[in-house]
Structures are given as C-alpha cells and as structure tokens.
Design a binder for this molecule. Structure first.
Ligand code: COA
Length: 327
C-alpha cells in the first residue's frame, strides 16, 4: 500500500508588521474592538514582495526541512486567491524561481480552503503512484485585494506563505481527506476578477465590482462554525476515529471566536488547537501551512500524533485532512 506523508514544512511572512493601532489611524476602529471580536493583534503586509516570491521562500524552506534534493520534487500544487497573473500560474513562477524543470505545476483556487484541496489532490497523485514527491504551497498577498477603507474586512487579513513536501511512503501519513463546496452561497464572500467588457457588447458594462474582498461577516461566521464541525466529523467518520483520538487540530486562522465555538461544540480543550492568528491574521490559503510550520518548529507534535487540518472559505468551500504526524 502506498501512502503520502508530510516530510518537510516551511513558511515565510513579509517583515513589515502592521499592528491594530496603525489601522485605527486609517479606519474607524480600535485595538480593543479588533482583539475582542477577532483575536487578531497584528498582521504582516508585503511592501513589494509578490505572491510567487513569498511562495518560493516558503517552498525552499520546506525542501530544506525535508532534507531532499529539490530535483526530487515532481509536482507543484499552489493554492492562492491572489495570483500574480491569470497566466502564467503562480505555481509556474515558483517552478522557475526554484529552478525545477519539466514538472507539472498548477494553481488551485478554493478560497481559504485551498491548501486542504491541494493536500487532497497531492495525496491522490501519490496514492495512484503518478507522483512521488509533491510540493503543496498556500501563498497569499491579500493586501493587494483588501479594501483599506472598509473596516469590516481590512482588519482581518494578512500576507504570508506556507508549504509542505508530501512524499510517497509505506508508512501511513495522510489518513483521509474531505472537501466540499456550495456555490449558491457565493455572495457572502467574494473577490471579483475582470468584469465582462468588449467592443461587441450591446450595453457597455461599466459597473464591474472593484476587485477587492467583500464579505457578509455574520453569514460567514455562522457558516464557518457549522462547516468546521461537519468537516471534522466527516474525516473522523471516514477513518473510524473519535475526536479523543485526535491530538491537535489546525484550524483556518480566521477568528478566535469561530475556533472557540468549534472547541466548545466538540468539547476539545483550546490547547489542542494550533493558533497563531493573533500575529498573522487571516492569510487565506497560507493560514494552515503557516500554523503547521510554526507548531513543527516549536516541536509541539510528536511522531504518532494525529492532526486534523480544517478550513472554510470563499466559494463557499470547506474541507479537512486527517494525518498521522510522522516527522
Ligand atoms: N472596528 C470597529 N467596529 C467595527 C469594525 C471594526 N473593524 N467592523 C465592524 N464594526 C462594527 C459594525 O459596523 C457594527 O456596528 P453597528 O452595530 O453600529 O452596526 C458592530 O461593529 C458589530 O458588527 P458585526 O458585523 O455584528 O460584528 P461581529 O461580531 O459579527 O464581528 C467579524 C465581525 C467580521 C469579525 C465577524 O463577523 C467574523 O469574523 N466573521 C467571519 C469572517 C471570516 O472569517 N471571513 C473570512 C472567511 S475565510
């Protein structure tokens, strides 16, 4: 039996720290509101680095941490909602930046669930023996699509990247994955692309929405708490495990109140949740691999631990991956 397992992690965040107090000079908000409603104290913001550049830095660290030759990488899957171009994909740019030749590389867009989707795809490629060593990256420069005049959203997001190397093994790493989507809820969290405009339109379309994130916070909050619990239950059921069999949960880092709600419902102590949103905010596809890398560096996980990564995001999308920790 062939399994896939994580053999290396890496992360990179821009150096510029923006604390809540700095935002209170830009919009009608304050540190007390942001901290008590979200748990976020500060975030990192790119002052020039592009998505592929921070992705490549996280990937380079993951390859080094895995102790492999970068030439062993036979696929790059990159999750992002803030690509540098529609074409080429950000994964293509990372491939060039890392100096890797001839391997398939592609982006996936699944909102903040992108990294979990990426893990699921990589796991399938490895289990079907089409690939052996895959780089899965989540990377975002959300600051370029943030409306910095909208206090409902600009306090939430940050920039960053995280990556893992997934390798084929006869030891069970990833136990199971689960993903879902519900496009009819799209309006509650959107980031428009290019509006339809060409010389052949009968009526010229000048009302395309600006390309920044807009959100109905309450709707997303309610969806998030429900769907995180469902996603966790799905991977537990699929693998015949109970929540008490799980050592750690790495949730999408959106809001501490969402995580607290999930912890209460599942009757899991907060210490078993890996949390770093206070320092990085919501980094979308990057949030889980960033938290995973930090926990690994702090030696929080032991070999034999079972870890659930669980996310939700625009789409709306959701998903979870349950893995043995083998490093
Ligand atoms: N600073 C100060 N006040 C703010 C504010 C800010 N940054 N943002 C909103 N407010 C105000 C609102 O205008 C509202 O004022 P009003 O009562 O006078 O109308 C009040 O605070 C309460 O707003 P509300 O939206 O009810 O707050 P909330 O408790 O729902 O928290 C979110 C707002 C966005 C933090 C919360 O809904 C959330 O986290 N939702 C999920 C978002 C998410 O995870 N998105 C990413 C998904 S991947």
């Amino acid at each position: 039996m062939v399994y896939s397992k994580i053999i290396g992690t890496g992360a990179y965040v821009p150096a510029r720290i923006v604390k809540n107090d700095e935002l209170s000079k830009m919009v009608e908000t304050n540190d007390e509101w942001i901290t008590s409603r979200t748990g976020i104290k500060e975030r990192r913001i790119s002052i020039g680095e592009r998505t592929y550049q921070i992705a490549a830095k996280a990937a380079t660290e993951a390859i080094k941490n895995a102790g492999i030759d970068k030439k062993d990488i036979d696929m790059i899957i990159l999750a992002t909602i803030t690509p540098d171009f529609f074409m080429p994909s950000t994964a293509n740019l990372v491939q060039a930046e890392l100096g890797l030749e001839d391997i398939p590389s592609f982006d996936i867009a699944a909102g903040c669930t992108g990294f979990v989707y990426g893990l699921q795809i990589a796991d399938q490629f490895i289990k079907s023996k089409q690939s052996k060593t895959i780089l899965v990256i989540g990377a975002e420069v959300l600051s370029k699509v943030t409306d910095w005049s909208d206090r409902n959203t600009c306090v939430l997001f940050g920039d960053g990247a995280g990556a893992v190397v997934l390798k084929s093994s006869n030891q069970e790493g990833i136990i199971c994955t689960y993903t879902g989507s519900q496009g009819d809820l799209q309006e509650s969290l959107t980031l428009p692309a290019v509006p339809l405009k060409n010389p052949f339109l009968q009526v010229q379309n000048n009302n395309g929405k600006p390309n920044h994130i807009s959100m109905c916070g309450k709707e997303v909050f309610q969806f998030a708490t429900r769907i995180m619990i469902k996603s966790i239950s799905q991977v537990l059921n699929k693998s015949n495990l109970l929540i008490d069999d799980i050592d750690y949960i790495i949730p999408h880092q959106a809001n501490i109140r969402i995580i607290d709600h999930v912890a209460r419902e599942l009757k899991v102590e907060r210490q078993r949740f890996i949390i770093n949103l206070d320092r990085f905010g919501n980094t979308s596809s990057a949030s889980i691999p960033l938290a995973l890398d930090e926990a690994h560096k702090k030696k929080i996980f032991c070999p034999g631990n079972r870890v659930i990564m669980v996310a939700f995001g625009g789409g709306l999308t959701w998903g979870a991956a349950l893995s043995n920790w083998t490093m």
